[in-house]
Design a binder for this molecule. Structure first.
Ligand SMILES: NC(=O)c1ccc[n+]([C@@H]2O[C@H](COP(=O)([O-])OP(=O)(O)OC[C@H]3O[C@@H](n4cnc5c(N)ncnc54)[C@H](O)[C@@H]3O)[C@@H](O)[C@H]2O)c1
Length: 316
């Protein structure tokens, strides 16, 4: 049987495909991806002969039916994922992040799929000034992105109680690492610094994110895929909370660029101040993060410097 990885041509998805090929070489992989602006075949270039790729939309029943054939597991990464875009064009987010999840769930139900992992986000909890959210806390999303993700995961969880499906949900904190589209904070800062351009920082740069290396997240998702129980919700955090301004300063230091490049810009509407998670459940399942932020961020800077041909066409 095969595993269907939807959104496998995006940032986390393509890293997860690589992880699966390395850790589970016998498992056959189908990737279903619409190849929106964020999904690129280039992200799968050196592994394209080892997977089956289907170009299509997770909202399209026929495509989903075709892609899910002979699969017994699904991991759904497919989503519109950029908060700023959700503020200007929320419709795409509701469509993919809610209706798309519904379409996948319905086909999975029809086929009696053995395991469905819905990739959600820490943003569904909303912001907190102090303390950390556990899986038992209420959802209080702030943006059309996080609200749509909350809708998608609630629907997925309802299929456990209503239809007895084997669905689990992961909520990870902010990821960084190779293949991240250069609209997200860390690649934006690296590329601007390289070009000696101003580094745009929202508000006063005090917003805090718990940075998780994408490879650590992929290992955690695999643990949940193997060991999670139907209905489980699992936070994946890194206890590595850093204000945005510090991230910018670290990048400038590695790249020997002056802090005078930092430029404060008008804050994002409804900008969540801080995300923070407890991650006891995934720890009990045997996972902990391997990357130290200092090392992971340096490696990420190196990756963007070594792979200009990957990102240059994206910032024209
Ligand atoms: N990046 C993060 O820091 C982060 C943190 C927590 C959770 N997540 C979640 O992880 C998942 C992956 O995030 P990412 O950063 O890799 O996103 P991304 O934007 O880089 O990739 C999304 C992928 O989904 C595909 N896609 C979009 N709409 C589709 C549709 N209708 N049908 C089929 N494919 C479609 C895109 O082509 C792209 O390949 C998302 O569900 C996101 O909500 C991301």
């Amino acid at each position: 049987m095969k595993i269907l990885i939807t959104g496998g041509a995006g940032f986390i998805g393509c890293n997860f495909v690589r992880h699966m090929l390395k850790e589970h070489p016998d498992k056959k992989i189908v990737v279903l991806d619409k190849l929106t602006y964020a999904g690129r075949l280039e992200n799968l270039e050196e592994i394209k002969d080892r997977i089956e790729f289907v170009k299509g939309d997770i909202c399209d029943k026929k495509v989903v039916e075709q892609a899910m054939k002979d699969c017994d597991q699904i991991v759904n990464f497919a989503a519109e994922s950029h908060v700023d875009r959700s503020i200007t064009s929320p419709e795409d987010f509701v469509r993919t992040d809610v209706l798309g999840v519904f379409t996948l769930l319905e086909e999975a139900r029809r086929r009696d799929i053995k395991r469905f992992v819905q990739i959600s986000t820490d943003e569904v909890y909303g912001s907190t000034v102090s303390g950390s959210f556990s899986e038992l806390d209420n959802l209080d999303p702030s943006s059309p992105y996080s609200a749509s993700k909350a809708g998608g995961e609630l629907l997925a969880r309802s299929y456990v109680r209503t239809y007895g499906m084997n669905v689990v949900v992961t909520r990870s904190s902010n990821n960084y690492g190779p293949f991240q589209y250069p609209e997200k904070l860390i690649p934006v800062l690296i590329i601007k610094a390289l070009n000696d351009q101003p580094l745009p920082i929202y508000g006063k740069g005090l917003n805090v994110r718990d940075w998780l290396h994408v490879e650590d997240n992929c290992r955690a998702i695999d643990v949940v895929l193997q060991k999670g129980k139907a209905g489980d919700v699992v936070n994946i955090g890194s206890s590595n909370e850093v204000p945005n301004i510090e991230v910018a300063k670290m990048i400038l230091k590695y790249m020997n660029k002056p802090e005078s490049l930092i430029t404060y810009v008008t804050d994002r509407p409804g900008h969540d101040f801080r995300y923070s998670l407890t991650w006891e459940r995934i720890k009990e399942m045997g996972w902990s993060p391997k990357f130290k932020f200092d090392d992971g961020l340096r490696e990420t800077v190196e990756w963007y410097l070594d792979n200009k041909s990957w990102w240059e066409p994206l910032i024209q």
